[in-house]
Design a protein around this ligand. Sequence first.
Ligand SMILES: [Mn+2]
Length: 317
Amino acid sequence: MKIELKGIRDFLLKQDNFLILMHQNPDGDTIGSGFGLYYGLKSIGKNAKLLCSDDIPDIYEFLKKEYIQDEFLEQFVISVDIGSENLFGEDLERYKGGVDLNIDHHFSNENFAKYNYIDATSASTSQIIYEILDELDIKLSVIMAKCLYTGICTDTGCFRYRNTTSKTHMIASKLLEVDFDHSEIVYNLMESKSLEKLELEKHIINNMKFYFGGKVGIAYITQDMIKKSGANQYEVDGFSAFVRQIKGVEIGVTIKEKFENFCKVSIRTSGNYDASMICSFFGGGGHKNAAGCVFNTDVEDTLFKLLERIKKIIDGV
Ligand SMILES: [Mn+2]
C-alpha cells in the first residue's frame, strides 16, 4: 500500500520500537538514511536499532559514533534505500515479507512492504529522511546532518549527477545550517584514496575496452587485479562511474568479478540510453542513468552477453 509523508509521521509517532534495515554491501545512502533516521527517532524518545548484512565500511565509521545497540523487541520494521528484498543479504533473510515501511527512491522498487513510500524524483533516500524528520519537527543535530549529507553526496556524486535537483540543494542548504565540516566529508568520501586503491585504478585503466566507436566503455575489476593491488574490499567499490568519465562514452559498464563465475555489473549512461532497460533484461534494475545486474558466469561471458544486448539498444531494436 502507498503511504504519504503524513502517514509515515503518524506511524513513527504512534510506534515505539523500530528496527531499520539497510541493504547488503551498504553504501553512503543506505547508511546515511538508516543512521539519520535512527538518530532522529532516538531524539524523540523512541527505541531504534539498525541491521545490515555486511559491516559498515570504515569511511562511514564516523556516522556510527553516537550509535548504541539497544536490546528490545522490534515492533515496526523499516527498510531504507532497498529496492528489492533480493538486496537484503543473509542476516536480513528473516525479514522477507515482514517489512512494515519501505522508504526508497529507486524507480524499480518492488513495493515489498506493507506500506511503501517510493519517491523516484528524489536523488537519494537520505533526502526523503530529511523530509520525514522535518515532518516530525525534529531539530537536526550535528550527527543527523552528517548522516544525511553523506547520503546525498554519495548518490549525487556530490551534486554532480543529473538526479541533483533544486530540492536536493535546498535540503543540503538546510543541512549546512547545522554546524559541521561538510568539506571534510566530501574529502573523505570522494577525494582521498590509498596507494593500494591507486594501484587498482592502474589495473582498471590498463584493461579498459571501448566498443561501438567509443560510445560504450567497459571497465573490469577481476579478483586477480584486486589481489595484485592489495586493495581492501571497500576500495573495490565506487568505480561505477569511472569509465563514463571518458569523453564520448555514453554507456559506461563496470564488470566486477565477485568470485569465480559470479559477476556484478553496474551501468552508467548519459543521453537517452536507459541503463535500467539493459539491466532489467538480465533480472536487475535501477534508474534511467544508473542500474545494475548480476551474472552467474565469468567475465568474458558476461561481457559477451552484455554487448549483445547493448548492440540491440544502440541499433534501436
Ligand atoms: Mn540511494
